[in-house]
Design a protein around this ligand. Structure first.
Ligand code: MN
Length: 324
C-alpha cells in the first residue's frame, strides 16, 4: 500500500491548540469546547506528538482555535495576542523539527495587528497569521479599516489564513434556528462556518483589496469553503449587466490557496484541482476536530494522484508558500 507516503514529508497547516490565557476569555458558545477535545487542544507535547507520529505527520503549523483574538476589544487583544504569540514561539523553538506557527492578530486594532504580524514574522519566524470570523463579532475582514493588515502581509510576503468562527447571532436566528438545537454541528462545520467563511472570501474579491495589493495571498481551509465549486456560477452572475466590473474567477484563482482541513473527499478535491490547480492545494487535518489524523493521511495515500502531485499537496506547496 504505502508505496510513496512513507518517503514523503507531511506538513499539516491548520492544526489548532488552545492557549490557556486566551481560551479563558472565550464566552458563550465559543467557551463550550470541553472534554477530550479541550484536552487535545491544550496539549502541545506528548498527546499531540503521538498522534502526529501515528498518522505520519512530520510538522504541524500551529494556530489557535476559533475565535482566537477576534472577539476581544482592541486594548485586550493587543496585549493578549502578543503574549499568546510569544508563548507559541517558545513551543516552536523547543521543537523546530515538529512545529511552526501562524500568529494571532489583534484585528480590533488594525494598525497594531499589522505591527504584530511584522513582529511575529520578522522576530519569531512565524509563517503568517490566522484570522477567525468577524472581528468584534460583527465586522467582516474585507472592511477598509483592516487593509493595513493586508498591506503588511503583502510587504512581508506571508499569507493570511481566513478561518471560520461561529456565525453572527442574526444568521443563527434566521438561517439555522431551530435545527441547531438538535444538530449543534450546524453552527460550525455542518454549515454555519461555511456560510460565513465563503461570504468572507467573496467579499474579499469584491472589496478591491487584491487590486490594491496585487501580491496578497489568502488561504482558505476546508477545500475552499465551497468557493471552488461555485466559481463559475458566481463569476457568471457577476458578469451580467448591472454589476460593477469584476474578474471574480480570475481574481480568486490568483490570490487564494485552499487546504484539505477536515474535508477528505475525492470529488471535492478534484473540483479544487480543476479550478485552482494542484499548486494551490495544501495538506491540513484540522486537528483535533477530526476524529483521527489518520483520516487525512490515509486519504492522501489512496487518492488517485501522481506521486509528484501528492508531494506538492503534502509538503511542496507549503514549503514554497510558507518558506519551510
Ligand atoms: Mn480549523
Amino acid at each position: 500500500m504505502a508505496i510513496t507516503r512513507d518517503k514523503l514529508r507531511v506538513i499539516a497547516i491548520e492544526e489548532h491548540y488552545y492557549d490557556r490565557e486566551l481560551a479563558a476569555l472565550f464566552t458563550g458558545l465559543d467557551g463550550k469546547t470541553g472534554g477530550k477535545l479541550r484536552e487535545k487542544l491544550e496539549d502541545l507535547g506528548e498527546l499531540r506528538l503521538k498522534e502526529m507520529d501515528e498518522a505520519g505527520v512530520d510538522v504541524q503549523v500551529l494556530s489557535h482555535g476559533a475565535p482566537a483574538t477576534q472577539k476581544l476589544d482592541g486594548a485586550t487583544a493587543v496585549r493578549v495576542a502578543r503574549a499568546v504569540n510569544d508563548r507559541l514561539h517558545q513551543t516552536c523553538k523547543a521543537r523546530p523539527d515538529r512545529f511552526a506557527a501562524f500568529a494571532v492578530l489583534p484585528t480590533a486594532d488594525p494598525r497594531a495587528a499589522a505591527d504584530e504580524l511584522a513582529r511575529t514574522v520578522n522576530e519569531l519566524g512565524f509563517k503568517g497569521a490566522m484570522i477567525h470570523g468577524l472581528t468584534g463579532g460583527e465586522h467582516f475582514i474585507d472592511d477598509a479599516r483592516f487593509w493595513p493588515i493586508f498591506e503588511r502581509a503583502q510587504q512581508l510576503d506571508v499569507p493570511l489564513y481566513l478561518h471560520p468562527a461561529i456565525p453572527h447571532p442574526a444568521v443563527i436566528d434566521t438561517y439555522l434556528k431551530p435545527y441547531h438545537e438538535r444538530f449543534p454541528g450546524l453552527l460550525n462545520a455542518g454549515w454555519g462556518f461555511t456560510i460565513e467563511t465563503a461570504t468572507a472570501g467573496i467579499r474579499m474579491v469584491l472589496s478591491g483589496v487584491f487590486e490594491k495589493y496585487p501580491n496578497l495571498k489568502i488561504i482558505l481551509g476546508h477545500l475552499g469553503e465551497t468557493l471552488p465549486y461555485l466559481l463559475w456560477r458566481i463569476d457568471h452572475a457577476l458578469s451580467r449587466p448591472g454589476n460593477a466590473p469584476v474578474a471574480f474567477r480570475d481574481t480568486f484563482s490568483r490570490h487564494f490557496y485552499v487546504t484539505t482541513s477536515g474535508f477528505f473527499s475525492d470529488p471535492a478535491m478534484l473540483c479544487c484541482i480543476q479550478e485552482l490547480g494542484i499548486d494551490r492545494i495544501l495538506f491540513a487535518i484540522d486537528w483535533p476536530f477530526v476524529d483521527s489524523s489518520k483520516l487525512g493521511t490515509q486519504w492522501m495515500e489512496r487518492i488517485m494522484l501522481s506521486a509528484e502531485d501528492k508531494a506538492k499537496v503534502l509538503h511542496g506547496n507549503a514549503a514554497r508558500l510558507l518558506r519551510m
